[in-house]
Design a protein around this ligand. Sequence first.
Ligand SMILES: C[S@@+](CC[C@H](N)C(=O)[O-])C[C@H]1O[C@@H](n2cnc3c(N)ncnc32)[C@H](O)[C@@H]1O
Length: 279
Amino acid sequence: MMTGAARDYDLSDAEFSRLRGLVYKHTGIALSDAKRELVYGRLSKRLRSLGMSSFSEYCGMLEGAPSDELQELTNAITTNLTSFFREKHHFEQLAAEVLPPMQRAADNRRRLRVWSAGCSTGEEPYSIAITLREALAASRDWDVKLLATDIDSKVVATAQAGSYRSDRFKGMSADRVKRWFPSPAGQPDQGVASPELKSLITFRQLNLLNPWPMKGPFDVIFCRNVVIYFDKETQRTLFERMAALQKPGGWLFIGHSENLFNVSQRYKLEGRTAYRRMA
Ligand SMILES: C[S@@+](CC[C@H](N)C(=O)[O-])C[C@H]1O[C@@H](n2cnc3c(N)ncnc32)[C@H](O)[C@@H]1O
């Protein structure tokens, strides 16, 4: 049972366990006991707005006929922390090691496909798009497409809008911000992704556990700070499916506290949390 000050609801062990099961089944996110307070805090708001009297009633609704509430549950539970050029070594590696050999290749296809899987509010795919636009500045004729997906419908909408308060641009030089996120007239504290940047990216809501509509191949996949919430079995299945969407040599970037040890033998380490698909 929960302890502490009086609360609007009780969250019993049995109810927490039911919620945990639902979240795991629908998102792959394995909630630890340490997340109990967070779950209470985020979901009690949902109960209040639905006019419900207990977590049991809420679980009953989620376990019943399919409803939009599953998406609300997902949006409430996901952790969306992100920033522009987070783990910047990946963007440096993309510009210095991934693109030049492709540009030099005799069979240069001038085609690049990138997937930001678990893109949150968009800072990651926009950082990739900036890196690509700057590194390929002299290669305007390249066919570049970036797919950015997340399970959380709210963050995908934010990413698609591409409008950020200026304090979000901490990881970027003033020149970059000015070039890629100009401020709308009369809104100096806001920056909106330039049409050139936006035109590279397709944003979609996608649960990584569900079937994927895309066929690949992807030259580069960013799946960073997403699988940290998944158990090993879910991670194994996920990277097996990603490997199937890449050709040998394709790149995969994962988060700073993640690794593929005991998870996938389809990729070889090529730097800090950077991998390439093996033959
Ligand atoms: C911590 S953010 C990481 C954002 C970005 N990749 C980065 O590294 O800055 C993790 C994201 O993974 C998403 N996510 C969690 N489970 C997912 C799933 N089953 N399918 C797709 N996205 C998922 C969350 O909604 C969240 O936006």
